[in-house]
Ligand binder design. Structure first.
Ligand code: FPP
Length: 258
């Protein structure tokens, strides 16, 4: 029976999603969305599964959200996939997390190519296992001419180390006469960061109810709108993503002005 009071009840999920997508597209879409994908371990624990099952489920969500972000016109999606602190986890879990980019790209790279997605990475490449790095570099090579969404993996990434390295690099360039004191400002310092060439995130989403930044893009998030949700990353779906964008669209950004 049709519910006259609540027309949404009469529609199936895909038509609601389509209408939500269209509504979202009528307003300002955040150019750069960054996500701290948290809660994989808890998702698995709730189901009495090993933690790695949560990470595997989380990988499938990466595919869904990438596709949707591209569709609604997000230009950059940065995903915190592994932090410089995550090496402290049990070796078995670290090994598994390091295999995920290979598995993900091994399966979905053709789809990303077809969808015009460009794969990028920020983080310390040197200490990644060679197979992981090979998979990422292959994806970067094969998608370098794509001009749709930039899918930017933060892999072995830590923001304080990034800022410290930028400062060291500036000092070197100063000593070598490449940059002087006058030329050093917020804009030029940004070019020394791993995110050089990318805009700062407009929206940061963190899942799983944790309200912290965990050493993620500390410089770049200065004026970003923050969105925290209790939903665990493996449960995060298209509706949750559109809800986060809707909330972003309802915020007033003032960048320190009035
Ligand atoms: C944090 O949840 C999540 C991570 C450290 C890994 C995130 C990785 C993915 C979602 C998959 C990435 C996919 C690709 C393609 C690289 P947690 O383990 O800390 O969860 P918990 O806080 O519930 O224990």
């Amino acid at each position: 029976m049709l519910d006259k009071m609540n027309p949404w009840k009469n529609k199936n999920n895909s038509s609601i999603l389509r209408e939500q997508k269209n509504a979202i597209k009528e307003q300002m879409i955040p150019e750069h969305v960054a996500i701290i994908m948290d809660g994989n371990g808890r998702w698995a624990k709730k189901r009495a599964l090993p933690r790695i099952a949560g990470h595997h489920e989380g990988m499938k969500v990466v595919r869904k959200i990438t596709k949707l972000a591209n569709e609604v016109g997000v230009k950059t999606l940065t995903l915190y996939a592994f932090s410089t602190e995550n090496w402290k986890r049990p070796k078995m879990e670290v090994d598994y997390l390091m295999k995920l980019p290979e598995e993900f790209l091994g399966t979905f790279l053709p789809e990303l190519v077809e969808e015009n997605v460009r794969v990028e990475m920020i983080g310390y490449k040197e200490s990644l296992p060679s197979a992981t790095l090979r998979a990422i570099e292959k994806a970067m090579r094969e998608t370098k001419d794509n001009n749709g969404l930039i899918l930017n993996f933060a892999l072995n990434y830590g923001s304080r180390a990034e800022i410290l390295d930028a400062v060291k690099h500036v000092l070197d360039d100063y000593k070598n006469g490449i940059i002087n004191e006058k030329e050093l400002n917020e804009e030029s310092l940004s070019t020394y960061l791993m995110t050089n060439g990318l805009s700062d995130p407009d929206l940061l989403i963190r899942t799983s109810g944790e309200i912290r930044l965990s050493n993620f893009m500390l410089w770049q998030l200065a004026y970003t709108e923050l969105y925290f949700t209790d939903v665990l990353w493996p449960d995060f779906d298209e509706n949750h993503f559109l809800e986060a964008i809707g909330t972003y669209q309802s915020r007033q950004r003032r960048f320190g002005g009035v």
